[in-house]
Design a protein around this ligand. Structure first.
Ligand SMILES: C[S@@+](CC[C@H](N)C(=O)[O-])C[C@H]1O[C@@H](n2cnc3c(N)ncnc32)[C@H](O)[C@@H]1O
Length: 200
């Protein structure tokens, strides 16, 4: 499978939009979820580890999951993450792993997964009962967030009510949304939600 983030990985961490977004999403996760040092966290679509970098001081360990070798190479090279963070280059939607987590965090990865329901069911399967998810992505937009023809973009954001119903159908409760950030681009303003929920 082609690595769709191979080129982007080179300057990902230098992009102001990306840095501002991951800082805001991480702050929102810290506000919405009580973290502690016993937790084993999965960062789904971890990329270069920007979200992981913000939250790793507050948890026990993080498994950073991504399908892009290039993005994970950048994560693995970060000295500050060594010891607490392990990287896993696997599509857990297609190939689940034999591990259950206390929390799944994710930023801007769900719109890159074709089958949203399958993804949310996989998240539930990878969580212990009562464990949480905190996932950020775009609210429904007109398709202008990504440049035309960008490969691997399957959704122009998500409708909050539809996503809430989907989470509830797939084994989650206490589904709540906050607006974590708004991305300003020449093409428009794009709100980013953080949805939190507990595995039943
Ligand atoms: C927009 S980037 C966000 C990266 C990071 N979360 C951040 O906020 O900087 C989306 C990431 O999701 C990853 N991704 C796409 N589909 C995936 C899948 N099925 N499983 C795991 N990661 C996936 C991509 O490789 C990419 O690194």
């Amino acid at each position: 499978m082609a690595d769709l983030f191979a080129e982007k990985a080179e300057d990902w961490d230098q992009r102001d939009l990306v840095r501002d977004l991951s800082a805001a999403v991480s702050a929102s996760i810290l506000e919405q979820v009580a973290l502690n040092e016993t937790m084993h966290v999965m960062d789904f679509g971890a990329g270069t580890g920007l979200i992981t970098s913000h939250i790793h001081p507050h948890v026990g360990k993080i498994t950073a999951v991504d399908v892009s070798e290039a993005m994970l190479e950048k994560l693995v090279a970060k000295e500050a993450l060594k010891g607490k963070v392990s990287a896993l280059c696997v599509d857990i939607i297609e190939t689940p792993i034999d591990a259950r987590f206390d929390l799944i965090v994710s930023a801007m990865a769900l719109h890159h997964v074709a089958e949203t329901e399958k993804a949310v069911r996989r998240f539930a399967e990878h969580l212990k009962p009562g464990a949480r998810i905190a996932l950020a992505d775009l609210d429904s937009e007109d398709g202008s967030f990504h440049a035309e023809g960008t490969e691997g973009v399957f959704h122009s954001g998500f409708d909050r009510a539809d996503l809430q119903a989907l989470f509830e159908r797939c084994g989650f409760q206490d589904v709540r949304f906050v607006t974590a950030h708004t991305v300003e681009k020449e093409t428009g303003s794009y709100p980013v939600f953080l949805v939190t929920a507990s595995r039943r």
